[in-house]
Design a binder for this molecule. Structure first.
Ligand code: HEC
Length: 120
């Protein structure tokens, strides 16, 4: 009986989280971006930061594709948590990225959250 309850709870939970799973995407090409509506409120400020900082050298399309597909579009490398961290450090080292350590950390956390949401 206990098992059945647990199973029911799990199934219910899975269906619930399915309902708001996956971060939605709006627009195409250069205008492609995550739909802010589908991003949890606590991550909105980080998302604002991303839309200001990560469009300096390329559009958001690159980031969206990497997160949605789990593959980095330029190098074809898997884009997972480890890659996100490595990429953050790489950005930090680029002299003209205009991002500091706390900002990079915030954006890495945001990307981990986005990856996590897309797995649901
Ligand atoms: C200083 C310019 C610059 C800024 C700022 C920048 N990028 Fe990039 N980005 C690049 C360049 C150049 C590439 C091409 C490959 C490389 O050098 O890694 C790239 C590639 C990428 C890729 C594809 C990586 C691959 O291996 O295919 C992703 C994803 C990405 N950027 C996301 C971001 C995110 C997220 C931010 C904000 C945290 C950001 N970029 C900020 C210059 C920049």
């Amino acid at each position: 009986m206990k098992r059945l309850l647990l199973l029911t709870a799990l199934v219910t939970f899975a269906t619930y989280s399915q309902a708001d799973a996956r971060i939605k995407v709006k627009g195409r090409g250069d205008k492609m971006n995550f739909d802010p509506e589908s991003i949890s409120v606590e991550f909105r400020p980080s998302f604002d930061l991303m839309t200001r900082k990560c469009v300096k050298c390329h559009t958001m399309e690159r980031t969206v594709i990497a997160i949605q597909t789990g593959r980095a579009p330029i190098t074809g490398q898997p884009f997972d948590k480890q890659a996100v961290k490595a990429y953050g450090i790489k950005m930090l080292r680029k002299p003209n990225s205009e991002m500091n350590k706390p900002e990079i950390r915030e954006l890495v956390l945001l990307m981990n959250y986005l990856l996590e949401e897309n797995k649901k």
